[in-house]
Design a protein around this ligand. Sequence first.
Ligand code: UDX
Length: 447
Amino acid sequence: MASPKITVIGLGYLGATHAAAMAELGFEVLGLDVVPEKMRKLEQGHAPMFEPGLEELLRSHVAGVEGSSGRLRFTDSWEEIGAFGDVHFVCVNTPQKHGEYGCDMSYVDSAVESLAPHLHGPALVVGKSTVPVGSAARLAARIAELAPAGAEAELAWNPEFLREGFAVQDTLHPDRIVVGVAGPRGEALLREVYATPVAEGTPFLVTDFPTAELVKTAANSFLATKISFINAMAEICEAADGDVVKLAEAIGHDDRIGRKFLRAGIGFGGGCLPKDLRAFMARAGELGASEALTFLREIDSINMRRRAQMVEMAREALGGALLGKRIAVLGATFKPDSDDVRDSPALNVAGQLHLQGAQVTVYDPKGMENARAVFPTLGYADSALDAVRGADVVLHLTEWAEFKELDPAALGDVASSRHILDGRNTLDPVPWRKAGWTFRALGRPTL
Ligand code: UDX
């Protein structure tokens, strides 16, 4: 039997990576995005965002790029998508609704509305976007109404767990594959699509629709809870003069707790964790189960408090006033190895300091363009050294590898005062203190 032909709808962090990975696994892939500039970049073999390894993978497969397999192509025609695919992956984003906790389903809805009328034969539509539980059942009914193929057009839900910065690796070698299906045909097709990772030992879990949808939001809620737990411990350490870094290491040795996701600092951000928590609470409310998730409100509050605490720490380091003070901010993205500044704690702190009258200069290895678009009134420098020049205090807010390599003596020569605050707990205080810097970090003792 010929291997299934695949389409990918929505070519952001998730979709662009998924499309390239499917081509890498040997499938013929056709991608569609409603943003023409994104498609144009992809057609040239360029990634629409910074993601390690993605550009190389695209160049190996995008048709027209010299030496590529030619298995990955793009189109803006829904008709072509419908005629081409046996399996259609829906990878569009589901942002937080403006002014509400709930998630904005308009991109998913419009993808399904555009695709379904072009399904004339057997087809499997596979949702990968993170959606409120209950969406798959609703979308399955909509496909049944709209698709000329009738019952031959089915839906499955296959949540995605990729981390930015590791998207390629997580997509090619996932730690689990979860598929919510309506029947054996969907399962069989997805087993075929994921035959390679499954043969490598990746667990393949088959569930119903609601469970598959919930796996994603439950996993993200658990990760957020771990981070906010250790950040709550950081608050206690600050009050009691304890060291949260040592505390995390010590409790992490208990393998029931584990060491991962216990790094205290300015907290979580990005396009997933914050909005997924809020959408989950909103959905629980609609289901009459809001009490089950009231704790997530506290997880969110702890997380947001850390940003405010960072601002207070900067104010203290500057003798109590921010007005007119020069602040260097190292890092703008929500995490290293990404250019994503969506709900970035680093940029949020930089913005708060600026709005309170400080002169803030930001440097980030990959996030400058996106940061500038969101916050054009901040100052931007071309290097860490330039950002630090003349600064009264330096804030380390995204843990890029290059910041670990900085030379405290060289930065000390250009700074106005030697004060550094580590908002990510990844810098080694010893060399900084040796070079004459006052080094402070969230949740750690002053000296
Ligand atoms: C997350 C999930 O990890 C992924 O499985 C899901 O598919 C999408 O959402 P991502 O948004 O890429 O992935 O970021 P993640 O690596 O989870 O980090 C989220 C935030 O938490 C970052 O701002 C990071 O700096 C912060 N973080 C992480 C901490 O503050 N402390 C930690 O110990 C770990």
